[in-house]
Design a protein around this ligand. Structure first.
Ligand code: FPP
Length: 249
């Protein structure tokens, strides 16, 4: 197990994204309802936010609800929305005091009214904070995000504000919901599945992927520090060869 003292503080990822999976299985293993697992998952969210601040990570993106998650049983969907509203109500003061800025990606207008309103209010309250940006992906689909960006590019071309030759990767990135957020250096998915599930498909092009068997409710500070230690052992080559990376260091 790694400790914070073993980490290279000059090589902390600026942005870490999480697919928080395994709440249901964790609860089932304990003979409990799935919502018990989601509630325990909120404690992991708190631990990961605190650890990110401690490590000096600037951006944390959490996949909290995908557009596909609406297909779950209605009591689970309702329970998840209530957990989100409660978590914001309970945590916003501390988040604000700790300099955390809340942002969302996804279509939050499609969430229940009380959920939408509490998110807007928390985002407004924390908008000037700079210690850590917490991005919640809610009612999010990466494919939808990319389609919307393509339509926005098309509109700019129709309005003669953009020519097709000027549509660079940078310009396209600026049309995504993540326009002001650097791409994640590290994606962590808990609970053993090795897939991306329609999350940040454009932004993850060069991201290091880490899949762990730990269920999300068990993923706390120690597991996060271990994941950062794992990240620090990797060589990010961006299509180059190892010798080139060594000389640019
Ligand atoms: C995946 O586990 C988890 C989710 C779909 C929801 C994640 C939500 C939370 C952790 C709580 C609320 C979030 C915030 C930001 C306060 P799963 O249910 O798919 O697990 P399973 O694959 O074991 O069934």
């Amino acid at each position: 197990m790694s400790t914070i003292n073993n980490l290279d503080l000059q090589n902390i990822p600026r942005h870490v994204a999480f697919i928080m999976d395994g709440n249901g299985r964790w609860a089932k293993n304990k003979g409990q309802h799935r919502l018990f697992g989601h509630a325990a998952g909120v404690e992991s969210v708190k631990s990961v936010i605190q650890t990110a601040r401690e490590l000096g990570i600037s951006y944390l993106t959490l996949y909290a609800f995908s557009t596909e998650n609406w297909a779950r049983p209605s009591d689970e969907v309702e329970g998840l929305m209530n957990l989100l509203v409660d978590a914001i109500a309970n945590e916003v003061d501390e988040m604000h005091a700790n300099g955390v800025r809340l942002l969302t990606i996804g279509d939050i207008q499609g969430l229940p009214g009380n959920c939408h309103e509490s998110l807007l209010s928390a985002m407004n309250r924390t908008k000037d904070n700079t210690a850590l940006t917490l991005i919640l992906a809610l009612n999010y689909s990466a494919r939808q995000e990319i389609i919307k960006a393509a339509l926005a590019a098309h509109q700019l071309m129709q309005d003669a504000q953009l020519s097709s030759t000027d549509l660079s990767e940078q310009v396209f990135s600026s049309l995504l919901q993540t326009k002001d957020i650097p791409d994640p250096e590290l994606l962590i998915r808990t609970s053993g599945e090795c897939r991306i599930s329609n999350f940040l498909l454009w932004q993850l092009s060069y991201t290091e992927l880490l899949f762990t068997d730990t269920h999300w409710p068990d993923f706390r500070r120690e597991a996060f520090i271990d994941a950062i230690a794992n990240f620090q052992k990797r060589e990010r080559r961006f299509g180059m060869v190892s010798e080139q990376i060594q000389t640019t260091k």
